[in-house]
Write a protein that binds this ligand. Structure first.
Ligand SMILES: [Zn+2]
Length: 515
């Protein structure tokens, strides 16, 4: 689920390392398994806020037994899912790994490209791709093909280096509800599976397999997602036990038809148009991911061989729940308590099959989330939703100030080709026709965009390319996001705490970003 973000600096993901410490004797003891967990949109303060409500064996195991990096931040400006995951997978900035946004304009085709789309590698399951009629994630809807591969990741991942280190002896996997979260973490050398909202199964593409391994076929045959038909997301505890127990029915939350904004949230019938989507906007998305992970660990005998295996699991529910209800909501609170139970079950399973003493666990987040403007306003903090039209290419094109810039350069055709967060893309063909300097025109447009209400910063990429960037943390983070082949001409930052929540007909309550 994508979002118009506001203050795109970086965010504080909790990062926890736990497990086998190397023993320096005759030989460094290798872990049998590296388990890299990413919790989508887990803001760093949230596990602390609920720490007294957590049970044993989940978050508490990591906090008590692990190394905790409290001040871990992403360094890049565009804190979105593919950007953050690929940074976690590679250790590189988006300027280097190339995943600068969930969607960017492909200058060769003139079309928006979804980050991991690749027509060469169709899904192994026909009809399991994005159903544009029911897909609520505008990022996913932007894909022009159902094919998927990691080809657009420009550098190696941890899994890649592991494979290179031992001639591919390690087993390397990435799984998630979201395709981009599985594919990025699996890297080029690993194998990825993700949840298809179209058929309720975990699927993959021909980049990875010619046919499903039997354990995956068996798991899919169980139709586990459909066992939730007719059920609801209910609170784990009595309402009085929750910090947000008396704040369930908040007007600013997303009230999705049939799902509502108060507990219980019904998933509806199994043939409901949004049935599988609603599972992902609840702890169930993480529960089915865990179930699939357990089947994978057993099916592939992870951690049983002589070489270190790698499993990346990205849990997506926290992100979807956050977008619908905000990070400070009863839903978010209950979701994290249930995620804590999901983690506890995962660690118990790994202990049985591999041994936690033989496993290195890493847990972090791809980005955080801003508070909902309605919540902020309750406490007197200035925040608001912006009309998506303010940055729409058609609106920009007709602005008197932009028209004046065009006139100055003698441009009489449409100049603003696209805006897709975070970049404005200018029509380079128009500029080339007139022999204009792209950088000069982009700078002039950026000056006018930055003057608009609700816009905090409009950074022309020409400055980034030339390295003449102010030394503010914001500008430095925009620079780290800049890749000459994929970034647009102007990076737009909205006013702090303000964002566009309505996009492509979908309204979300909260978005990514940092404050
Ligand atoms: Zn994300």
């Amino acid at each position: 689920m994508k979002k118009r973000a506001a203050w795109q600096v970086s965010w504080l993901p909790a990062l926890v390392l736990c497990g086998a410490l190397p023993v320096y004797a005759q030989e460094v003891q290798k872990p049998r398994l590296v388990l890299q967990i990413t919790v989508d949109q887990l803001r760093g303060d949230l596990p602390h806020r609920y720490s007294s409500e957590f049970g044993d064996g989940g978050f508490r195991y990591l906090y008590e037994r692990g190394v905790v990096y409290e001040a871990a931040f992403h360094r890049h400006a565009n804190t979105e899912t593919i950007v953050g995951h690929t940074t976690l997978a590679t250790g590189a900035d988006p300027s280097t790994h190339g995943m600068v946004a969930n969607v960017w304009l492909d200058r060769e085709t003139g079309k928006l490209a979804y980050n991991i789309q690749d027509p060469r590698y169709p899904l192994l399951t026909k009809g399991a791709g994005v159903d544009k009629a029911s897909e609520v994630d505008p990022t996913q809807r932007a894909a022009t093909t159902d094919g998927r591969s990691p080809a657009s990741i420009l550098v190696s991942t941890f899994g890649d280096e592991l494979a290179l280190s031992n001639a591919g002896k390690s087993k390397i996997f990435g799984i998630s509800v979201k395709d981009r979260s599985a594919v990025s973490m699996a890297g080029h050398a690993g194998k990825a599976f993700w949840f298809s909202k179209a058929n309720g199964e975990f699927v993959t593409s021909t980049y990875y397999y010619k046919d499903y391994p039997s354990w995956a076929k068996n798991w899919n045959a169980k139709r586990i997602a459909f066992t939730y038909a007719g059920k609801s997301w209910e609170l784990l505890h009595d309402r009085s036990k929750y910090l947000f127990g008396d704040r369930d029915d908040m007007a600013y939350e997303t009230s999705f038809p049939g799902y509502g904004r108060v507990f219980p949230h019904p998933f509806g019938k199994s043939d409901g148009k949004y049935f599988t989507t609603l599972l992902t906007v609840s702890p169930v998305g993480d529960e089915v991911t865990l179930s699939f992970a357990e089947a994978l660990i057993d099916g592939e005998k992870l951690g049983q061989g002589r070489n270190t295996d790698y499993l990346a699991i990205s849990f997506s529910s926290t992100d979807y729940v956050g977008h619908f209800f905000g990070p400070s909501s009863l839903e978010s609170e209950d979701n994290l308590l249930r995620l804590d139970r999901t983690l506890a079950e995962l660690f118990k399973f790994v202990e049985q099959r591999v041994g936690l003493a033989n496993t290195v666990i890493v847990l972090s987040a791809d980005h955080g989330a801003a508070e909902i403007p309605g919540y902020l306003k309750e406490f007197g903090v200035d925040a608001e939703y912006l009309d998506s039209k303010i940055i729409d290419p058609k609106t920009l094109e007709k602005l008197p100030a932009i028209e004046a810039v065009k006139k100055k350069f003698g441009i009489d055709k449409d100049l603003i080709q696209a805006y897709f967060q975070p970049y404005i893309y200018l029509n380079h063909d128009v500029l080339h026709e007139r022999g204009l300097d792209e950088a000069e025109v982009a700078r002039a447009i950026a000056v006018e965009v930055e003057r608009l209400d609700g816009i905090w910063r409009a950074a022309p990429s020409s400055a980034l390319a030339g390295g003449s960037v102010p030394t503010t943390p914001l500008d430095q983070s925009i620079q780290r996001n800049y890749n000459s082949k994929r970034s647009g001409d102007i990076y737009v930052v909205l006013k702090p705490r303000w964002f566009i929540g309505d996009f492509d007909g979908l309204s979300v309550a909260s978005v990514h970003g940092s404050l």
